[in-house]
Design a binder for this molecule. Structure first.
Ligand code: FES
Ligand SMILES: [Fe+2]
Length: 353
């Protein structure tokens, strides 16, 4: 298997090999090497139903899970430990879960409770008759789960958690929308990870930002991009507001984007479908609709369409026999370099332990 290599020194490094995006083998192995070893979005916490089926990364991991809440949030397999029937097909309320095939019962932590007609079965029940559990965490009503994470929730999310905590108990209107893009998931993410393209691709957004102030910081598994509003110098009132920033763009490896704007938060979840197709789910938590019409967070649909167009163009370009991975801008592509380094690390080792 090709080892992916990205030099740690950005000034001599070259971008990721096109084979990562083009080769089915790597798309397949990224399920285990990247997506099973990182924290994945599992939906919004609901107070209405205490038992909910969740299909993790539908069309990719397709992992059937159950999330339960009885004062404690839990996540475990939705597959019966008898002969593999799916246990729960829709959200409901209850104190236990009973399999619809032969009546095996589990409690809300996934522990085996009872099974009819099993007299005489030796060494039964055992620990393998309980439903396998996953780690689950919740912040600002957003749930995240991980199979075998390469780091803790805190390590992955880093400073994103502090800003998400501001949304706890705040009065938010939640909405979701979904886009599909004809490109590899990682091309969509690496485009997000630099502001370099803003003056060329996003003319209207560029007018809202002071491009010279664009800043990027990287952490172990996450990064943060910020920019100052273009007219801040003229409007000192806005300096106090929102820490003087037009937006905070947090990325959590490998596929989570948390965009904080003065009006609220847009969470973008990038979901692989095939090596050339990606679903992007926008979950929007709006705290102040009156600020929706101004600044960097005002015309998101237009910015999204512009990004999709350029990413689809890159998808076509990297398939060229004549394309060889290019060099990075030391100043502008720190986030993309950091992302490529993480991809190489996870693909080569299955994630650092
Ligand atoms: S498959 Fe669930 S009880 Fe048989
Ligand atoms: Fe963009």
């Amino acid at each position: 298997m090709t080892q992916f290599e990205i030099n740690s020194d950005i000034s001599v490094a070259r971008c990721l090999s096109p084979s990562f995006y083009l080769d089915d083998v790597y798309f397949e192995s990224s399920r285990d090497h990247i997506f099973s070893r990182t924290w994945q979005f599992a939906g919004l916490k609901s107070d209405a139903d205490n038992i909910r089926p969740v299909t993790l990364l539908e069309g990719f991991l397709d992992e059937p899970l159950i999330v339960t809440y009885d004062g404690e949030l839990r996540c475990f397999s939705n597959v019966c430990t008898h002969r593999g029937n799916l246990l729960v097909s829709e959200s409901c309320r209850g104190a236990s879960i009973r399999c619809g095939y032969h009546g095996r019962k589990f409690d809300l932590s996934g522990k085996f409770l009872s099974m009819p007609e099993f007299e005489g079965v030796r060494d039964f029940p055992g620990p393998e008759d309980d439903l396998a559990g996953l780690e689950i965490r919740e912040v600002a009503g957003l749930m995240f789960v991980a199979f075998d994470p390469a780091g803790s929730f805190e390590e992955f999310f880093g400073p994103t958690l502090g800003r998400l905590a501001d949304f706890e108990n705040s009065n938010t209107a939640v909405s979701t929308s979904v886009y599909e893009v004809n490109a590899h998931w990682a091309l969509y993410c690496e485009n997000y990870l630099e502001g370099f393209h803003i003056p060329y691709v996003h003319k209207s957004l560029n007018r809202e930002l002071d491009f010279a102030s664009y800043d990027i910081r990287t952490f172990r598994f996450s990064s943060l991009q910020t920019a100052v509003p273009a007219e801040l110098e003229k409007d000192s009132g806005r300096r106090q507001e929102f820490d003087g920033k037009a937006a905070f763009y947090y990325f959590v490896f490998p596929n989570l984007m948390f965009n904080f704007y003065p009006w609220g938060l847009s969470v973008n979840v990038v979901e692989p479908l095939s090596p050339t197709r990606t679903r992007v789910r926008y979950v929007t938590l709006e705290t102040d609709p009156s600020k929706r019409k101004t600044g960097a967070g005002s015309d998101l649909e237009r910015v999204e369409a512009e990004d999709q167009r350029i990413v689809e163009s890159v998808q076509k370009g990297i398939g060229s026999r004549l394309y060889k991975p290019g060099r990075y801008s030391v100043k502008q592509e720190i986030g993309t370099h950091h992302f490529h380094r993480l991809i190489a690390e996870f693909m080569n080792q299955g994630g650092a332990r």
